[in-house]
Design a protein around this ligand. Structure first.
Ligand code: NAG
Ligand code: NAG
Ligand code: NAG
Ligand code: NAG
Length: 403
């Protein structure tokens, strides 16, 4: 029998190995592929309506198993982070929207799919709805190249019809594999890119590190790290929180968090999701109304966003998200839309005194919140399928003044 003391030693050894700070094996060249993600703005769009429709669609799909689309939302184009991937042999490059809330990867929007020697038609059809956008087409197997790694036999959709995608070639779906259920005919679920990276032994853990650099001059970039994360980009330890047990958020990268504005709690612990393809931070209506009153903001009809005066901006208080016991705080500057990009949200006046907040009302019958990329631009995030948890850490951009 093992004496108690040696058990203790074994345990602390394991803890050190498991601790992010010392997890060098994950960050070796062999297992980590870093790819740059670029920000893409596809012209004027109603972000609030688009984000809200998406939140409702994701909620409905997970709750009922049925895909839902709000037909009254039109002219919504994605703005967000895209990643360049190579497909086929000879390889052709496609710029795909980075989406942690769907599992299907597909191409054929702006750029058509080119059949090459590695393309195999499966004979199956595919269809996915995202709320304000959707696509349908045929499912293929092909080789996808991420930086120096080539994943063979990756299931991809090839769009025949799509709506609401402009300025991107398709979607890079890195959400849980269960989200692909029912999307491809004659198939239960289709392995995601994350699954295949792991199954084909390119990564030792099914972990994705996301680093988005705040959008300022329409040229923001970031990196996705597969199989690990890059601790050089962090300025704090990582706080992990388990995937929430609350349904339907538990079907996504869902977490529990509470939100305070200044000293006042505006949202007590609630379940919601973290989503790279949502722009804003959507919060429950009551919480939103409290925030609106506390900031003195007014709802702007053109953009659908809350608008504040310069004076109100000067007196904005910190907006704090408590996740896994750690406070992640958005400074006043992190709570506003980048003023140099007001035209993207529909304010073409060129007046940089027009200040919009990135917190919006999520509407009814949906999650407690959706934290989109305006949140993720301020914190490094880790999507850990292996350990069923999400991690966050501060970065050089957490408190930067870029907006
Ligand atoms: C669809 O979107 C419109 C416009 O935002 C909204 O008024 C309506 O409530 C939405 N419908 C549903 C069923 O969510
Ligand atoms: C996409 O949405 C539009 C508008 O709601 C709808 O007419 C169309 O049938 C949908 N297409 C697919 C492939 O789901
Ligand atoms: C290729 O992928 C398909 C579907 O994802 C799977 O059914 C098939 O077994 C895979 N083939 C190989 C050789 O891995
Ligand atoms: C991690 O980030 C640092 C700082 O930007 C960079 O120099 C380094 O190359 C990155 N490491 C990997 C493996 O991408």
């Amino acid at each position: 029998m093992l004496p108690l003391n040696s058990l203790k030693i074994v345990l602390s050894f394991l803890l050190v190995i498991g601790s992010p700070v010392f997890s060098i094996p994950l960050n070796t060249q062999k297992t980590v592929v870093s790819l740059s993600a670029r920000f893409k703005a596809a012209g004027v769009t109603n972000i609030v309506a688009g984000d809200r429709a998406r939140a409702q669609a994701l909620h409905q799909a997970a709750k009922t198993g049925k895909h839902y689309a709000n037909a009254s939302i039109t002219n919504v184009a994605p703005i967000g982070y895209t990643i360049q991937v190579g497909i086929g042999n000879p390889m052709k490059h496609y710029g795909l929207l980075v989406d942690t809330a769907s599992g299907n990867t597909w191409i054929g929007a702006d750029q058509d799919y080119t059949i090459t020697s590695t393309s195999t038609g499966t004979g199956n059809t595919v269809s996915v709805s995202y709320g304000s956008s959707n696509f349908s087409g045929k499912e293929y197997l092909d080789t996808i190249t991420l930086s120096s790694l080539s994943i063979s036999n990756q299931s991809i959709g090839v769009a025949k019809a799509y709506q609401g995608f402009r300025g991107v070639d398709g979607v890079f779906g890195i959400g849980p594999v269960s989200l692909t259920k029912g999307t491809v005919s004659n198939t239960d679920t289709v392995p995601t890119i994350m699954d295949n990276l792991f199954n084909q032994e390119f990564t030792r853990s099914e972990i994705l590190g996301v680093y988005f650099v705040p959008v300022s001059e329409k040229v923001a970039t970031g990196t996705l790290t597969f199989g690990g994360w890059n601790s050089s980009l962090m300025t704090s330890d990582i706080t992990y929180t388990p995937i929430t047990t609350a349904s339907p958020a538990c079907n996504y990268w869902g977490i529990d968090q509470s939100i305070t504005y200044g000293d006042a709690t505006i949202l007590s612990s609630a379940a919601g999701i973290v989503d790279t393809a949502t722009v804003l931070i959507l919060i429950a209506t009551d919480a939103f109304n409290t925030y609106k009153t506390a900031t003195g903001a007014t709802l702007d009809e053109t953009t659908g966003l809350l608008k504040i005066t310069s004076d109100q901006y000067s007196s904005l208080k910190p907006l704090t998200f408590t996740i896994g016991g750690t406070a992640f705080t958005l400074t006043p500057n992190a709570q506003i839309w980048p003023r140099s990009m007001n035209s993207v949200i529909g304010d073409t006046s060129g007046n940089s005194d027009n200040i919009y907040l990135i917190v919006a009302d999520i509407g009814s019958e949906t999650f407690g919140f959706v934290s989109g990329y305006t949140f993720l631009e301020r914190f490094y995030s880790i999507f850990d399928t292996t350990n069923k948890r999400v991690g966050f850490a501060t970065t050089a951009y957490t408190k930067s003044t870029s907006n």
